[in-house]
Write a protein that binds this ligand. Structure first.
Ligand SMILES: NC(=O)c1ccc[n+]([C@@H]2O[C@H](COP(=O)([O-])OP(=O)(O)OC[C@H]3O[C@@H](n4cnc5c(N)ncnc54)[C@H](O)[C@@H]3O)[C@@H](O)[C@H]2O)c1
Length: 437
């Protein structure tokens, strides 16, 4: 099989498919990325991936290339895993990369081929790509497009690919591709992973619906957190209490700085845009509010920081702990932590940022911020500390030791992960979203 597009999703998928015993070729247009993957170097931080990559390069099951011609002849099953970012100036998904895979690959194919879309796309994309493929395919060549959306979570990419909690496959009417897909995922199916075979539209919608639900849950608790703060209630205790109801569940009820990354924000926007195109914009207008609540959390943290700086950020030395959009990742796409750091810096604060893995990516995105090599270096002389990404090393900071490093013991726990009482006992002034501390 081939995996086309070797970013966070594709590189992980390619390596894990080889780990499961398949012969895999990964393809990307980014030569530098392919060169790194070829030499066993994962171009991003994903726990456990490098070991699997190296093992399967060594045993010869996994190879990487930038040459579509080479891979077109290699396999009959092709995973499509290129990016679908938000279009500039619009909420809609940019399908340029997805379309160009079809126009570059399909004319090179001979015989019978199955393209399995993994990228997150607006409903109707598979059918559109099928029309394009039918137009471009050589005579006597059959190319089928099916959708097999991906649910992996960055930082859990390997386990989510090898042992997913479900596999979804969307097929066109009359398709016989299910058997092939059963072979691809034989080990997962043997382990009784739920396998949902449906039409392509449903498969496309499953992914955006899942992400929209998760985003809604996070914004729900953040909206309630705003009320908690005003009324003197505590959102953490509230979330624990409602989370015990198994119809609700405690996951994704962590009030704080909200969601970011390369998926949730762009996926809910693309979902709204597609609903509008289909004449159903009212059905999803609540997602606009979900998005607004989410973005407001970033402003609220900046507002807290302004208040703690006496109403004016100018010259305040602020340490932002975290740059990645979530812990155990180096992904800074639409990162709430970096957004806050950037806003504070633009407001005149002297901002110092530390993240265990995302420094290089953060530097590229926001070159004007100051980045320090150690957490201690970042904290030295700070007049305000903001915990913006809940890495374990930040959660486990010793408040007494840290109090010795900073100029003023004031912390905003923007992820609600610290033991506020312990920090207060060590002499800290603690602020958190949704809590009156
Ligand atoms: N990152 C995740 O956790 C995750 C999870 C589920 C779904 N997804 C979806 O998967 C898709 C990819 O996401 P990602 O995070 O891996 O993005 P990414 O930007 O990390 O990777 C995309 C890759 O595609 C390559 N590419 C672009 N055009 C190409 C072409 N014509 N041929 C070959 N390669 C090409 C790029 O060079 C890049 O390496 C998106 O639709 C995303 O929404 C991502």
């Amino acid at each position: 099989m081939t995996v086309i597009g070797t970013g966070y999703l594709g590189a992980t998928h390619a390596a894990c498919m080889a780990e499961l015993g398949h012969e895999v070729r990964g393809v990307d247009v980014d030569e530098a990325k392919i060169e790194r993957l070829r030499s066993g170097d994962v171009p991003f931080y994903e726990p456990g991936l490098e070991e699997i990559l190296r093992r399967n390069l060594d045993n010869g099951r996994l190879r990487f290339s930038t040459d579509y011609r080479e891979v077109a002849q290699f396999a009959h099953v092709h995973f499509l895993a290129v990016g679908t970012p938000q279009q500039r100036g619009s909420y809609a998904a940019d399908l340029t990369y997805v379309r160009s895979v079809i126009s570059d690959l399909v004319p090179l194919l001979e015989g019978s081929h199955l393209i399995l879309g993994k990228s997150t796309v607006p409903v109707g994309t598979a059918a559109e790509l099928q029309d394009l493929a039918d137009l471009l395919a050589k005579e006597n060549t059959k190319v089928e497009i099916a959708w097999n959306p991906e649910f992996l979570r960055e930082s859990h990419g390997v386990e989510d690919t090898i042992t997913p909690d479900r596999i979804v496959l969307g097929l066109r009417a009359g398709s016989e591709a299910e058997e092939t897909v059963r072979e691809v995922y034989a080990s997962q199916l043997e382990a009784n992973t739920p396998f949902i075979v449906t039409d392509r539209q449903t498969a496309e919608l499953v992914k955006v619906a899942a992400n929209s639900f998760l985003a809604t849950k996070i914004s729900f608790i953040n909206a309630v957190a705003e009320l908690c703060e005003i009324s003197g209630a505590d959102v953490k205790a509230l979330a624990d209490a409602i989370g015990y109801d198994d119809r609700i569940g405690r996951k994704f009820l962590g009030a704080g700085l909200g969601f970011g990354g390369g998926c949730l924000p762009k996926d809910i926007r693309a979902f709204m845009a597609r609903a509008g195109e289909l004449g159903a914009d009212q059905a999803l207008s609540f997602l606009r509010e979900v998005d607004t609540i989410n973005m407001r959390q970033r402003d609220r943290v900046v507002q807290f920081a302004r208040e703690e700086s006496g109403g004016n950020l100018l010259g305040t030395r602020i340490t932002v702990l975290g740059a990645a959009f979530k812990p155990n990742s180096d992904d800074v796409r639409d990162s709430p932590a970096l957004n806050v750091a950037g806003q504070l810096s633009l407001g005149g604060a002297a901002v110092s940022v530390y993240d265990p893995q995302a420094m290089a990516n953060a530097r590229r995105e926001f070159p004007t911020l100051v980045y320090t090599d150690t957490v201690e270096g970042a904290l030295e002389g700070a007049e305000l500390v903001i915990l913006a990404t809940e890495w374990k090393i930040f959660r486990e900071l010793d408040p007494e030791r840290v109090a010795g490093l900073v100029a003023k013991p004031v912390i905003i726990d923007a992820r609600n992960v610290l033991d506020a009482r312990a920090w207060q006992d060590a002499g800290w002034r603690v602020r958190a979203l949704g809590r009156s501390l």
